[in-house]
Design a protein around this ligand. Structure first.
Ligand code: SF4
Length: 341
């Protein structure tokens, strides 16, 4: 049996190559799975059990796609009407790529109701910022780093903004509910993960982490510092050691919580009277990218190459498109009238 997962992924164009041996790999969602429930991590990452599509997750995918494409438009055209007009084409693109999402809706009426709910999320976005006044440096940016111990951290950042001062803002859109104050730390973990990767690859700690909850029309902001990110790094290394140990022992225990209500795998979970499948004889490398991750990685590489053709930055450089005017505590004001797009 392969115990310690090794890097078996294809080389991703644009990835940061540090020349270090990769012994394991974590994304924010996989790390979150293990922290939530080790057995859930096993089901998703080792057994690779299929997950049924959900209307909420699919809505999130389509809304993210619309917000990414919105910035393809010239700045004055990034209006609520334009976003709404992108909705159905993005749904159809997803349906073509993943036909199983078509099973979510019995008829056109159901689909139409669902599209209306997605439109409401987009309207929520426009109450939070004005996209005609900013120009992202990167969208759906694939980021990764290999830590000295061999743990690869990777993820896809919804949006990176770079202020004229060079300050970086990491933006993530959320289509679920905003967390209560007691759970904000958990929500920010993903953002600190990205901040750590950006710091380790680009040498600068992002000035601002910004979670945008479109449904609740709320923004959660946080300015990380070095001690924050070092703590996250230590936590991730410890998490990976726990995953390695669980893999060696073939012992991923269920951890029952409210999140079980949304788990696809209750029928296989001992907490609900089920029995997990036999542990795989060979543990698949956790580095295998999902199709949308491959697409995003290739798109990011193409963007980097395009930027490189005009300005020849280093391989990990952030394109420095001017965005918003610098006034304000973090230099990122969406309502500034002096934005250069
Ligand atoms: S049902 Fe709950 S305890 Fe069981 S695997 Fe899913 S999240 Fe874990």
């Amino acid at each position: 049996m392969t115990v310690a997962p090794v890097d078996s992924s294809p080389v991703v164009a644009g990835a940061v190559e540090l020349g270090l041996p990769v012994l394991g790999s974590l994304s924010p969602s996989r790390a979150g799975d293990f922290m939530t429930c080790p057995l859930l991590f096993r089901f998703r990452t080792i057994d690779r059990l299929p997950q049924a599509p959900s209307s909420a997750a699919t809505r999130g995918t389509v809304v993210h796609a619309v917000l990414e494409r919105l910035f393809d438009l010239p700045a004055p055209e990034r209006t609520p009407a334009a976003a709404t007009a992108l909705l159905r084409p993005e749904w159809e693109r997803l349906l073509e790529a993943e036909p199983q999402v078509g099973t979510l809706f019995a008829d056109e009426v159901e689909l139409s109701t669902w599209l209306t709910s997605a439109e409401e999320l987009l309207q929520g976005y426009f109450t939070l910022e004005d996209p005609t006044r900013l120009q992202p440096a990167e969208r759906e940016a694939y980021v990764e780093v290999v830590l000295p111990g061999g743990l690869r951290l990777r993820g896809i950042v919804d949006r990176l903004d770079v202020a004229p001062s060079g300050d970086v803002r990491v933006v993530d859109y959320k289509t679920g509910r905003a967390p209560r104050e007691a759970f904000e730390g958990k929500a920010l973990f993903q953002m600190k993960f990205y901040a750590l990767v950006l710091w380790r690859t680009r040498g600068t700690i992002p000035r601002l982490l910004q979670l945008m909850y479109l449904g609740d029309r709320e923004i959660l902001r946080y300015s990380p510092d070095e001690s924050d990110l070092l703590a996250v790094e230590r936590k991730l290394v410890a998490l990976w050691q726990a995953i390695e140990k669980a893999t060696q022992l073939r012992d991923f225990r269920p951890r029952r919580s409210k999140l079980c209500d949304w788990c696809d795998h209750q029928a296989l979970c001992p907490e609900f009277g089920g029995t997990p499948p036999p542990f795989p004889a060979a543990v698949p490398g956790p580095d295998e990218l999902l199709p949308h991750q491959v697409e995003a990685a290739l798109r990011a590489a193409a963007q980097q190459q395009a930027a490189g053709a005009s300005s020849a930055p280093g391989p990990a450089a952030v394109p420095r498109a001017p965005i918003q005017a610098p006034p304000g505590p973090a230099g990122f004001r969406a309502d500034s009238p002096t934005v250069d797009v």
